[in-house]
Design a protein around this ligand. Structure first.
Ligand code: NDP
Ligand code: HSE
Length: 441
């Protein structure tokens, strides 16, 4: 058989240790599929002495010097399962410029500075694959990067963070508040000790940037993504959503659009939103991920599965290792980054969306007219108004009343200005909640 493809693994935690296990248990099949065996020549970690359970690998391959490992001449492919921006960026640039192929699960780095990695890959002539970086086990990036390259993608809408989907699903199922649902997610091991990246939407924003870059042939970075997390979502919001036949999800939405001057643009945003129960993403529960892709010729496509966890993520990593290894043996490299369209990123204010607004108001004549006047002055059309129906926590309370207003589609800037103006009305005691409504309910 041909000489082995030699692998350097950076990181041997949740994902990296499962990569080692899968490489061992599938070794014969992987060798047959690639046409050469895979051999781990080094594993870089932070703490050599850490208990990693029964790992089927020679302890002598462990090192704490990742940079030294990626520089070695006997390394063909670098697999990065560490995460973070630095020092991972330095290691991967070094490896790629030296002509090695790289497989990485590092969405934060790709979203922060993917261009540098792609440029280094082009310079060195190796491959850069990162299927595991978005939606774990779900084959999603390869379809966007290859299968759909004959089509024109118009919109990508996804649930790409398992932790927040678990929390919102728990709030929907049990009526729990955010803090209680987060505690459950932590107890079950879904949420990390510091859940900020998940609950504040940073993780989903990084994935949204990667998806938008591939879908629209444009470099989109994390800084281009409008981001809101789920910490402000309340049990009352969940009840209101149910009353509308909706559920609340943390969505990533990347869509083509047209600017006022007629130029095509791309808009990318992450925020909680109500979606109708009839929408394909509404039934995605627990910690699952799903991504809904709309393309001109293909129509609507849905990708669903496990978006996190050691083994599911390692499955995606191994798929990439097989692909880059085959390419090396064949002496070819995959198509480079496709960023030729270079579309300008649309400001969030121009995004077209709908709002669901809950107001605490003074219950006296003329209040509704005053509120409606604010919407009219901002050119925002009201679709429905409810007061005192009881269903969504909406009830007349003597001198006060709760009003729930749902708008028609309008630019986000007009909707936000409307909410600011409502806050200034003396008859509006408070704006209890504001949520976007997506998906055509
Ligand atoms: P872990 O924290 O479990 O593992 C990180 C690994 O990196 C550990 O083995 C750690 O060493 C090692 N490491 C940290 N710093 C250094 C350093 N300076 N030099 C060498 N090694 C270092 O992370 P995960 O496995 O969860 O995540 C890895 C990557 O995969 C991240 O980019 C993450 O975003 C991505 N990912 C993770 C998913 C998941 O479900 N966990 C899903 C999809 C993507 P030591 O073991 O000694 O501490
Ligand atoms: N923290 C992430 C999630 C891991 O909850 O989805 C997968 O990227």
């Amino acid at each position: 058989m041909t000489s082995p493809v030699r692998l350097a693994l950076l990181g041997c935690g949740t994902v990296g240790s499962e990569v080692v296990r899968l490489l061992h248990t599938q070794s014969a099949d992987l060798a047959a599929r690639i046409g050469a065996p895979l051999e781990i020549v080094g594993i870089a970690v932070r703490r050599i002495g850490r208990d990693r359970g029964e790992l089927p690998v020679d302890p002598a391959v462990f090192t704490t010097d990742a940079l030294d490992l990626v520089k070695r001449d006997d390394v063909d492919v670098v697999i990065e399962c560490v995460g973070g921006i630095e020092p991972a960026r330095g290691w991967l640039v070094e490896a790629l410029r030296a002509g090695k192929s790289v497989v990485t699960a590092n969405k934060a780095l790709l979203a922060e500075d993917g261009g540098t990695l792609h440029d280094a890959a082009a310079e060195g002539g190796g491959d850069l694959y990162y299927e595991a970086a978005v939606a774990g086990a779900i084959p999603l990036l390869r379809p966007l990067r290859e299968s759909l390259h004959g089509d024109r993608i118009t919109r990508v809408t996804g649930i790409v963070n398992g932790t927040t989907n678990f929390i919102l699903s728990a709030m929907d199922a049990t009526g729990a508040g955010f803090a209680e649902a987060l505690e459950e997610a932590t107890d079950l091991g879904y949420a990390e000790a510091d859940p900020t990246a998940d609950v504040e939407g940073f993780d989903a924003a990084a994935k949204a940037a990667i998806l938008a870059s591939l879908a629209f042939h444009t470099r989109v970075g994390a800084a281009d993504v409008h981001r809101e997390g789920i910490t402000e979502v309340t049990a009352a919001d969940v009840i209101s959503a149910k009353a509308m036949g909706c559920t609340i999800k943390l969505l990533c939405i990347a869509a083509r659009g047209v600017a006022a001057d007629g130029r095509e643009t791309v808009g990318v945003r992450v925020h909680p939103a109500m979606i109708p129960l009839t929408h394909p993403l509404a039934s995605v529960g627990d910690a699952f991920n799903a991504v809904f892709v709309e393309a001109e010729a293909a129509g609507q496509l849905m990708f669903y599965g496990r978006g996190a966890g050691g083994a599911p993520t390692a499955s995606a990593v191994l798929g990439d290792v097989v692909a880059v290894s085959r390419n090396r043996l064949a002496g070819v490299r995959a198509a480079s980054e496709s960023a030729y369209a270079d579309l300008p990123v649309r400001p969030m204010g121009e995004a077209l969306t709908r709002y669901h607004i809950s107001l605490d108001v003074t219950d006296r004549p003329g209040v509704l007219a005053a509120v409606a006047g604010v919407f009219a002055r901002h050119d925002v059309s009201i679709a429905t108004v409810r007061q005192g129906s009881g269903g969504g926590g909406v009830a007349g309370r003597g001198e006060d009343a709760d009003l729930v207003i749902v708008t028609h589609v309008a630019p986000d800037a007009a909707l936000a200005a409307t909410v600011r103006a409502l806050r200034g009305l003396d008859t509006v005691r408070s704006v209890a909640s504001v949520l976007r409504v997506e998906g055509g309910a």
